[in-house]
Design a protein around this ligand. Sequence first.
Ligand code: CA
Ligand code: CA
Length: 192
Amino acid sequence: MAHWALVTAISVLCSCLEVPKPPPKDALDVKDVATSDGVELDTICVPSGVEMCFDAFDNNCNGVIDEGCGLHTGVLQFTIAWQQATADVDLNVNGPDGDLARFDKPNESGLLKDRDCPGADRQCYGQNVENVFLSEGRPRRGRYRVVVRLEELHDSTAPIKVRLSARIGQRHFSSLITLEERNDQREFEFTL
Ligand SMILES: [Ca+2]
Ligand SMILES: [Ca+2]
């Protein structure tokens, strides 16, 4: 009995002295970034105040874009915003498997899209934001291709200025791009 009591006491002691595991190595190391010619990409977030909604910018630099605004977020997040109410700009994000993030269900990479603006019935009310985020699973390594494209001007006047921000783990990327005419697009590639 004394032996078992001793074993129990040791195991309790050991559980109390358990050394915490070191934090996992950052699996979201960004190995490479590429953009269309002439596109500037900021990689340092400079706080400008409290978070503002629907500007696709991490104003408070907490690593999350437009939080508290009804958008979904995740350790991967790609967001665009533009001012002209009727212009139709699309955010197309392909995961490492080459599959496009859609609305109905997560793609092979776990990416999901949660807004389509301006929307058929103008349901975005002039607050034009599109957002793609990691909805399930761990981020897959590989190349994420992000395309921002001016689909239709409708009665808006070109050029259309679009803010793109991306959150990749702890990394921040942001770019203000100018789409000059219908079908004009800019591309970004983030390789994890
Ligand atoms: Ca934020
Ligand atoms: Ca914001």
